[in-house]
Design a protein around this ligand. Structure first.
Ligand SMILES: [Zn+2]
Length: 445
């Protein structure tokens, strides 16, 4: 099928989705080459418009600005830092207060994203913001070589593949997607996926990081050769270094990571330099702050705070998404002016607690197993403070890692009462959306 026809089909899909992502995409492709300073000017202008909108139409901000008599005439990026932080809990408890009274005029529709404790978090998204979201995702794919209309295998769960009914099927067809469910990662399904990748001339895969890794591991373990992709674009989960190397080896390609928080309006993507993820800053202002709420300098780690400049239906202003990361404004060798997230650490719920109740990030296990070659996958489960069970799948059953030493090391560094290692083939719990989690924290908070 010709490239042009695929492009037209995709435009139809865009229409069915009620977005105008194609035109947003073309704009974003151009604006990524603007300088850092020019992009900040765009943010400043859009912020001014957003603040004018919320003061008029969003009850929470009407009250907030009225009570404080804040002059919004020249609202700056610095003024933004004075506004209160919000998060899912706050939004959930006062959803009406954060909804624009005129949200329908922005073509708003309800979307949901994974919430803490597995309950989905629902929010309103304007048509414009939804279009820019897809424009941004495609821009990231384009950095990995994709052109609009190219065939893409999408290996994911609920957040990307919302079902397999007829309507959805038509949509996947128009998008030129081959849907692959990350819920089904048994032998039969994985064989099928690998055959599809080989036989249907697929160049690109867009996938949950852990699912792409699982499929790649399977291919390597069973000597399934001949899958040659141009790029694998990973998303939705933290891409661990061993995920990247395994996927690249199995599919003879490069991995391009993406990070997105659709509720906060941000999409970030890796360019061919692979030195951090370019932030879609035309739509989103990203701040990094410390525990006290103060901004941290470039390169330093902190809480990620997002301001969505385009979602007028339910504005997310200084929204704490729950992830931790570091940012840089240093120019990237690729020439794009978009700042970069240097790295992202998982969500706040990816924490375990030691016996004194201190939070410890699940990333310590990635660090702990850094040089361990026999661990294929792991998951840490905690149902009691101070005690953890580490489920581990091994490459070679006959070679058990020195678990006693790992347990000792953990107990030396952190205050754990008990650390158990359990060898397991498939006891890993996925989220309701089909993602792998490093930490399953069952402690009620
Ligand atoms: Zn770059």
């Amino acid at each position: 099928m010709s490239g042009n026809l695929n492009y037209l089909k995709l435009k139809l899909g865009d229409f069915l989705r009620k977005t105008d992502a194609v035109s947003e995409y073309h704009e974003l492709i151009n604006s990524q080459w603007r300088t850092n300073v020019e992009l900040e000017d765009v943010q400043r202008e859009k912020l001014q418009l957003l603040i004018n909108h919320v003061v008029k139409n969003v009850p929470y901000y009407q009250d907030y600005f009225n009570e404080r008599h804040i002059d919004i005439e020249e609202f700056s990026l610095l003024d933004l830092k004075e506004l209160p932080l919000i998060n899912k809990e706050i939004l959930n408890s006062k959803k009406d207060d954060f909804t624009a009274e005129n949200h329908e005029s922005y073509g708003s529709s309800w979307k949901s994203t994974g919430g803490s404790s597995g309950k989905p978090f629902r929010f309103l998204l304007s048509k414009n913001a939804h279009s820019i979201m897809w424009g941004n995702i495609w821009r990231g794919w384009n950095a990995a070589g994709y052109k609009l209309g190219d065939k893409v295998a999408v290996l994911a769960g609920d957040s990307l593949l919302g079902g397999f009914d007829f309507k959805r099927y038509v949509y996947y067809q128009t998008m030129n997607w081959i849907p692959m469910s990350s819920f089904k990662m048994d032998e039969t399904s994985m064989e099928k996926y690998l055959h599809q990748l080989k036989d249907e001339n697929v160049q690109f895969m867009y996938a949950y990081a852990s699912a792409a890794y699982e499929l790649a591991s399977y291919a390597l373990k069973h000597d399934i050769e001949g899958v040659k992709l141009q790029s694998v674009i990973t998303t939705s989960e933290v891409l661990l270094p061993r995920y990247r190397t395994t996927i690249e080896k199995a599919f003879n390609c490069k991995v391009y990571d993406q990070y997105g928080a659709n509720d906060g309006g941000v999409t970030c993507f890796e360019c061919n330099q692979h030195e951090g993820l370019h932030i879609g800053s035309e739509r989103c202002i990203v701040e990094i702050i410390d525990d006290q709420g103060n901004p941290v300098p470039d390169g330093e780690e902190g809480r990620i705070i997002l301001t969505d400049l385009d979602n007028y239906a339910m504005p997310f202003i200084r929204y704490e998404v729950g992830d931790i990361g570091a940012i840089t404004h240093e120019e990237c060798k690729c020439g794009r002016g978009l700042p970069r997230l240097l790295y992202i650490k998982g969500r706040e719920r990816d924490f375990i607690m030691d016996k004194e109740g201190s939070k410890i990030h699940g990333a310590i296990f990635t660090q702990l197993f850094k040089n361990e070659e026999n661990i294929e996958q792991f998951q840490v489960k905690q149902s009691e403070i101070g005690k953890i069970d580490v489920y581990v799948r091994l490459f070679m059953q006959e070679k058990t890692p020195d678990f006693a030493r790992y347990a000792e090391k953990l107990k030396e560094q952190y205050k754990f009462e008990s650390v158990e290692f359990i060898i397991s083939e498939n006891d890993f719990v996925k989220t309701s959306g089909g993602k792998h989690k490093i930490v399953i924290n069952e402690i009620e908070s």
